[in-house]
Each structure stands twice: as C-alpha cells, then as structure tokens.
Ligand binder design. Structure first.
Ligand code: AP5
Length: 215
C-alpha cells in the first residue's frame, strides 16, 4: 500500500487538486470530510457523533475518524494507492496512519502542504459551491460552472457547504493553526514534507504537487 498525504488549511484547494491528481497519479482520492459528510447524511452512528463538531468547525475525535480511515485502507488491500485529503490533521492521527500503513506492509510516499495566505482562504471559502449530489467543487468567480448553480459533471444543483459561513470558517482556521500546523512540522522533521504554492490556476497547482512528489 502506498499513501500520499495532502495537507493544507480549509480552502487551500486540497479537494480541487485531488480531483486533478487521481488519474495523473493513479491513486484513489480519500477525503475525510466527504466521508464524514456522507456519514452525517446517512445518519450512521459515526455521522450522528460527528455532526455537532463539524457544524462548529471543530475536529471530530481522533478515534472516530481514525476508525473510519483504518477500515477503508485495510479493505483496499496491499496493492492499493491512496491520496489522503484531510487526514491526518493531528499528530496522533498521523501516528495512527503510520501503524495502519505498516500493518499492510506499505509506506507513506510523502506529505505535500498547499500554502495559501489567509485572506485568499477566506475568499475561496465564501465563494465555494459544491454539488449536492456528487460533491464536485466550484467557486463562483475563479472556477464557475458552465451553467449557473448547476454541476458540470452530473447536472445536480450546487449548494453552499453549511460550515462555510463566516463564523465557522474563523473557527476552522484557528483549529488548523492549533492542531494541524504542528503536524506539518512533524512531517517536516521526518523529511517527508514538500511545500507547494497553492495560489494560481488549479491545473498549475496540481502540476506543482506532481513535481514535488517527483512523479
Ligand atoms: P474538510 O471537508 O476536510 O474541510 P477542510 O479541511 O476545512 O477543507 P475544505 O474542504 O474546506 O477545503 P479544500 O482545501 O479541500 O479546498 P477546495 O479544494 O474545496 O473537513 C470538514 C470538517 O470535517 C472539519 O472541520 C472537521 O470537523 C471534520 N474533519 C475532516 N477530517 C477530519 C480529521 N482528519 N480529523 C478530525 N475532523 C475532521 O477549494 C476551496 C475553494 O477554492 C473552492 O471554491 C475552489 O473552487 C477554490 N479553489 C481551489 N483551488 C483553487 C485555485 N488554485 N485557484 C482558484 N480557486 C481555487
């Protein structure tokens, strides 16, 4: 098993880059946020537990998301290749990931962080729209759909994510600084980290990630 870890603040463009990297890198995109939103929508026990944390812009407990990711990775088998978006985002989650990968005889190819200034993050999240059916992401100004409010991929209605309101965004950014910046330092100390400028066209950013991974 091989895993690549994509790191970055809320709105850094992890999901947007991942959508472009899947076919280029031959990996499966695993978004912890999408998995949790799916669980909330389905009303599973994990979703019911996660819902309040997500609405407030706080991290769900490490054990909750760790279990979901560990089950998913274990089910993929030893030849699977993953691009993890949104997991890990704390040091204990990264330690959990190391154990799961090691148990499968796999390795972590590297962690890439998308660097984006805070004022750009706030603008991106305010203008983000997502497909209500397939979760494809857009931005009202920088990445608009071909037909207003309609997903290019599946034709369903675009909506604003409930955690993209100004107050929750402020909290998500604070949580990133508190919990995930130490994780970035943790990967850097292990010489597993590459930093990529996350500002510029979405295709250009994806290309920088590929280069940073030496792919
Ligand atoms: P999650 O869904 O992971 O949200 P996030 O990390 O806050 O990241 P986002 O999805 O908001 O941003 P993104 O970096 O993917 O940006 P995007 O590509 O969409 O997590 C949500 C919640 O779930 C958390 O708050 C937490 O509660 C919980 N959770 C998830 N994982 C967890 C974990 N491991 N542990 C604990 N709790 C967890 O881009 C944003 C916008 O910018 C879009 O509009 C896009 O079109 C635009 N854009 C992107 N790239 C560009 C570009 N290059 N140029 C111009 N515009 C761009």
């Amino acid at each position: 098993m091989e895993t690549i870890v994509l790191l970055g603040a809320p709105g850094a463009g992890k999901g947007t880059a991942a959508a472009r990297l899947v076919s280029r890198l031959g990996v499966r995109h695993v978004s912890s946020g999408d998995l949790l939103r799916g669980a909330v929508k389905q009303g599973t026990a994990a979703g019911i537990e996660a819902d309040g944390y997500m609405k407030r812009g706080e991290l769900v407990p490490d054990a909750l998301i760790g279990r979901i990711i560990a089950d998913l990775l274990a089910a993929g088998g030893p030849d699977a290749r993953y691009l993890l978006d949104g997991f890990p985002r704390t040091v204990p989650q990264a330690e959990m990931l190391q154990q799961v990968v090691a148990a499968q005889g796999g390795h972590i190819r590297g962690a890439v962080v998308l660097d984006v200034a805070e004022e750009v993050l706030v603008d991106r999240l305010a203008g983000r729209r997502v497909c209500s059916k397939c979760s494809a992401g857009y931005h009202i100004r920088t990445l608009p759909p071909k037909i207003a409010d309609t997903c290019d991929a599946c034709g369903a209605k675009l909506v604003q994510r409930s955690d993209d309101n100004a107050e929750t965004v402020r909290n998500r950014l604070a949580v990133f600084r508190r919990n995930t910046e130490p994780l970035i330092a943790w990967y850097a100390a292990r010489k597993q980290l590459a930093r990529v400028d996350g500002v510029g066209g979405a295709d250009a950013v994806a290309e920088r990630v590929i280069q940073a991974l030496g792919a």
